[in-house]
Write a protein that binds this ligand. Structure first.
Ligand code: CU
Length: 423
């Protein structure tokens, strides 16, 4: 009797074990959702098998760094707009509303769909007039990294971009433990303005997901994880995106994953305008590694020329641009704690080769406190003075530190959903 009971018990345990194992295997095959730091996902509802999204083009206040909030055009409260996530084989319906004061339409960049859905006003469809809406509906038969944007060039230049991720039917191998999306944008905004000059070629604000360093939220990785970073670009410049400390594989381009046999290896990938690049690496060494555009001007904030005739005499900036710059957080920080910048020049006149027509902030503009969040926990004091422009940190952390940040994040209410004014 006992033996029989024992037998049934072990059969049951075996069954439970197999079920648990199947669950684990399934979890390992299911791709992790893509995270777009500082940007929300676009929510959806399922209506008789169709994923229904509600996308609203509208003017937004987008906080680029603390103290600098721009008037941009974006979607559902942020620029870039929220990320659309779907699966290969899904049918999606996107109820699009135009809350802008101009006609527009939305182009689904790289998607193979009927011409009426391609979003080019005047060609495949009529422009969506202010206050009007339009129904986009199509089947997703591709997978990869895509994006959506206005097809009016000047609207592109003031923020109208968003990510569109399609997960594959057959999971990518090897599986990534973390999967991120970074959207590259650039704006030309003079110090006394909040509105981008969409015609200027002199960009002084360069962003990952609508934030310039040090406001961009670091990517938090547990040491040993395999990481995928998807990068999309929609601006006037091509950006060489460089990762410190790791040699990656370039596994995907706009619209498609590439065959493994041709994955190039490297540490810098040139993301051209209208392109997407997926990179993958194994984060085996701890550290706060930089990820940034390597164009020198794209690693800085607030470069401005011709803002006044007398920037060197201590009058031009203040007199011409009001207190916009002078009141920027960090501007009056006496010294950067933990960093010795002894001997730093007091004014541009003391700097040989200082550009004739430029005002730039020095390396002392740390704003650790203003950009403090769980993801910055444990960074060296003064770190924020060295992260600017199209730049963020890939923080590869040993288990204890990773758990600590995870715990801090769970205690903090999410602040992602909007572009967020800072006051
Ligand atoms: Cu760049």
């Amino acid at each position: 009797m006992n033996a029989r009971r024992e037998f049934f018990r072990s059969v049951l345990q075996l069954g439970a074990g197999a079920a648990a194992l199947a669950k684990i295997v399934k979890a390992q095959q299911t791709p992790v959702p893509v995270v777009t730091p500082d940007i929300a996902d676009l929510p959806f509802k399922v209506d008789t098998g169709v994923k229904v999204f509600h996308l609203i083009a509208e003017p937004v206040k987008q906080m680029i760094v603390p103290g600098r909030t721009f008037d941009l055009w974006g979607f559902n409260g942020s620029a870039p707009g929220p990320t659309i996530q779907a699966n290969e084989g899904d049918r999606v319906r996107i109820i699009f509303e135009n809350h802008l004061p101009e006609p527009t339409a939305i182009h689904w960049h790289g998607l193979e769909l009927p011409i009426e859905m391609d979003g080019v006003p005047g060609i495949g469809q009529k422009a969506v007039m202010p206050g009007e809406s339009f129904l986009y509906e199509f089947l997703l038969h591709q997978n990869g990294t895509f994006f959506y944007h206005s097809h009016m060039a000047m609207q592109e230049m003031v923020g109208m971009l968003g990510g569109f991720i399609i997960q594959p039917k057959t999971p990518y191998a090897p599986r990534a433990d973390k999967d991120y999306l970074l959207a590259l944008q650039e704006y030309a905004v003079l110090p006394n303005s909040t509105i981008p000059n969409s015609m200027s070629m002199e960009f002084n604000w360069l962003t990952f997901n609508g934030k310039a360093g040090p406001a961009s939220t670091p990517l938090i990785i547990r040491q040993g994880e395999r990481v995928r970073i998807r990068i999309v670009n929609l601006g006037m410049d091509h950006h060489p995106i460089h990762l410190h400390g790791f040699t990656f594989w370039e596994t995907g381009r706009e619209g498609a994953r590439q065959p493994e046999a041709i994955w190039p290896r490297g540490n810098t990938t040139l993301v051209g305008v209208a392109q997407a690049r997926d990179i993958e690496f194994v984060a085996d060494r701890p550290g706060d590694w930089m990820l940034h555009c390597h164009l020198p001007h794209h690693m800085m904030n607030q470069m401005a020329s011709i803002v006044g005739p007398m920037t060197r005499l201590g009058q031009g900036m203040q007199a011409g641009a009001g207190n916009a710059m002078a009141n920027m957080p960090g501007m009056h920080q006496e010294a950067t704690p933990g960093m010795s910048m002894g001997g730093a020049p007091q004014s541009a006149n003391q700097v040989p080769l200082f550009p004739q027509d430029a005002f730039m902030e020095g390396p002392m503009m740390a704003m650790d406190k203003e950009v403090d969040k769980p993801e910055t926990y444990g960074l060296p004091a003064g770190w924020s003075g060295f992260v600017g422009g199209m730049m963020t940190l890939v923080r590869v952390l040993p288990p204890e530190q990773y758990e600590k940040i995870t715990q801090l994040k769970s205690q903090t209410a999410s602040t992602i959903p909007t572009g967020g004014t800072d006051k």
